[in-house]
Design a protein around this ligand. Sequence first.
Ligand code: HSE
Length: 300
Amino acid sequence: MSICIRSPASIANLGPGFDIMSLAITEPYDDVYVEIGHNGNDYIKFVGDYLHYLPSDYKSTTMYPVIEEFRRITGLDFKVRITVRKGIKPASGLGSSGADAAALTYALNKLLGTNLDSKSLIRIAALGETAAAGVPHMDNVAASLLGGLVIINPVTGDFVKVEVPSNYWIVVVLAGSKVSTGEMRKLLPSAIDMRDFKNNSAYASMLIYSLITNNREILSRALMGDSIVEPIRIKFYPHYGIIKETLLKVGAIGVALSGAGPSLFGVFDSEPPRDRIDELLRKSGLRDYVLIITKPTNTG
Ligand code: HSE
């Protein structure tokens, strides 16, 4: 029995929503082919781009904890053969590892007939993130599984999916390199000031409302209103200022780090001018970047 899943990249945090918000985008994506049987050994093979970024030992991938969890739940000693065609660059801030864990979770749920609900699927897929980040954060996997903009409570696993209006475009600029997501998380404080809590809670709430109601001005402030996480992380990304300034100059409503970086994303409400963005980024001296013009997707 086999199945092939196309799993979208996702933009986590969206500015003020650290670990609680993520948006699925149409491109890039990974195609994940999963086959189960009872003989032979497990194997996970990556094909396509970015192979040198990926672990050679399949037990170190984000998919291995998912396989183990399904074996635990079902009590079955099934064997699994997985081929992942990578389209999402690993360690770029686009939920690359989460997309594969999400796809495999969805696939095994179908192939094994376990009929788990979405909350359980998110929990299992997030176990895979432990392999990449040291802790099972749920935001990227939730968006890859469900599509749309997912708001998730990482404490309880409660979530809602918000359908994103079709007028929005997303520009992603992949540049620079990142210390691992785990390292980028270790930089963060374990406790925060109440003032920052109120600021981020207010902007995270406004972000959703203003996105749905097309309130450009508030959406702009909300996307760029994180006072807790982004100010710490951007110190590690020298390209941050150039990209942010460029995207705002060509009409982005707001710009922020995508997940833990190093990519940045900009939200637009009309088609972004690719050539102009390229021209400005080159003029500013930025080299070795990839420009992706994409859209939110409401399908996981
Ligand atoms: N919310 C996570 C973080 C996303 O910012 O660490 C990582 O892709």
